[in-house]
Structures are given as C-alpha cells and as structure tokens.
Design a binder for this molecule. Structure first.
Ligand SMILES: C[S@@+](CC[C@H](N)C(=O)[O-])C[C@H]1O[C@@H](n2cnc3c(N)ncnc32)[C@H](O)[C@@H]1O
Length: 212
C-alpha cells in the first residue's frame, strides 16, 4: 500500500474508530450467506485453532468468532491505532496489534486460519497479490484464508463516514481476480462466492475461501 494511501486510510479509521465501534458492533449488516462463509471457514479448523483477524478494526469479528467457537486462539492486527485501541477494550485478553496486511510482524506459518473481512477493500487491485502473499506466509501449510470484500471493478471515494468528515478511498475487487491471484500464489480455492447486493448495499459482495 502506498504511503499516502496508507496514511489516508489510517487517518480515516482513527477518526471514525469510536463511532464505528458503536454503530457496527456486531454482524447485523452481514447477510446469512456471508455468515455461512464464516461458519464454513471455522468448520475447516480445529476447535482450538489459531486465527489472525487481519484488519480486525474495532474487533467485532473477534467477538463473532469467539461466539462460534470459544476455544479458538484469536489475535488481531489493524492499520489504525484507534481501531486497535477499541478492539483491545472489548477484548482485553487478546493480542491485538497495529500492523500492515502486506508486512506482518509474525513468523511464517504462525496461524491455522486468517480472516481478512473487508480489510482488503482499501488495497488497490495491483497490490492485492502482495497482501495475499503475506497472508499466505503467516498461514501454516493446510491453513485457510477467508477474504470478504465488495466485488466489482473501480474505486469509490468517501468524504463522510460514520458521522465524520473523512477522506477515504476503497477499491472493488473481482472475485475471480482475488481467487486467481490466490491460486497463482499456491492456494487451493475451497469456495468462492459473489452475492447480489441487498437493499442497503451498492455493490455485490465477494468471498474467497482458500487453503494454503
Ligand atoms: C471496513 S473496516 C473492517 C474492520 C473489521 N474487519 C470488521 O469487519 O468490522 C476495514 C479495516 O481494515 C483496516 N485496514 C485497511 N487497510 C489495511 C492494511 N493495509 N493493513 C491493516 N489493516 C488495514 C482498517 O484500518 C479498518 O479497521
């Protein structure tokens, strides 16, 4: 991620962190199909698997994963220190750190699973391979990655989000591009899904589940 884009993304999420945590506290916005992908991701793993929530934001998916399977060993990482602070408040027992998807501070093969839930949406398509490569590095052989994102092509800019003035860019990714990049890196695609937008959404949603 270029430095300007990284700073802009971090600044925006630092600005909105408390509001995001309050306004999006759970998975109420997720469609049943989205949650089914997460269920299936968790079902691929042992009950005490180690999972990295990569781009964990304020930590709502850490809560969701815990609710699904309480013995999972969870960690979180996010670009935004304020989002990390929110996540640490709700999950004081978990290791949640500031970091960048494309340059993670973990040893190779550290995790059984990596969840990248709407965190690659700020990565331009030409950088997605570098992110997937880094997520692959931290997965053990046989480990699984689940990525969720708005699907399509192009970019959108926001000047207002979660009640704040922001300057945020987000990128659409085609499911076949994400799956193709993952395959080229040596992942085996377990499932890929594109679902139609619901009423509140402007874009289809894409999901790729892949095994290292
Ligand atoms: C839309 S939020 C989703 C947060 C969380 N996964 C959820 O579902 O609530 C996107 C998150 O990805 C993080 N993020 C974006 N680009 C990132 C990067 N390159 N490295 C780490 N985190 C990133 C942002 O800071 C933000 O917290």
């Amino acid at each position: 991620m270029g430095q300007d884009l990284k700073s802009q993304t971090r600044r925006t999420y630092d600005t909105v962190a408390a509001s995001y945590a309050r306004m999006v506290p759970d998975t109420l916005y997720e469609a049943p199909l989205d949650l089914a992908m997460i269920d299936y991701f968790v079902a691929q793993l042992s009950t005490n698997a180690s999972i990295l929530d990569a781009g964990c934001g304020a930590g709502r998916m850490l809560a969701h994963l815990t609710a699904l399977s309480p013995s999972l060993r969870l960690q979180g990482v996010d670009l935004s220190p304020a989002m990390v602070a929110q996540a640490r408040t709700t999950h004081p027992g978990l290791k949640i750190v500031v970091g960048e998807l494309a340059d993670l501070d973990y040893p190779a093969a550290e995790f059984d699973g990596v969840l990248a839930w709407y965190s690659v949406i700020h990565t331009p398509p030409h950088e997605i391979e570098a992110v997937l490569s880094e997520l692959r590095r931290v997965l053990r052989p046989g480990g699984v990655l689940l990525a969720g994102f708005q699907s399509g092509t192009g970019e959108r800019s926001s000047t207002r989000a979660y009640g704040h003035e922001v300057d945020l860019r987000a990128f659409l990714h085609r499911v076949e591009d994400v799956a193709g990049a993952a395959e080229a890196l040596g992942f085996r695609i377990v499932a890929r899904l594109e679902r139609a937008p619901r009423e509140s959404e402007r874009h289809p949603q894409g999901f790729v589940l892949a095994e290292r």
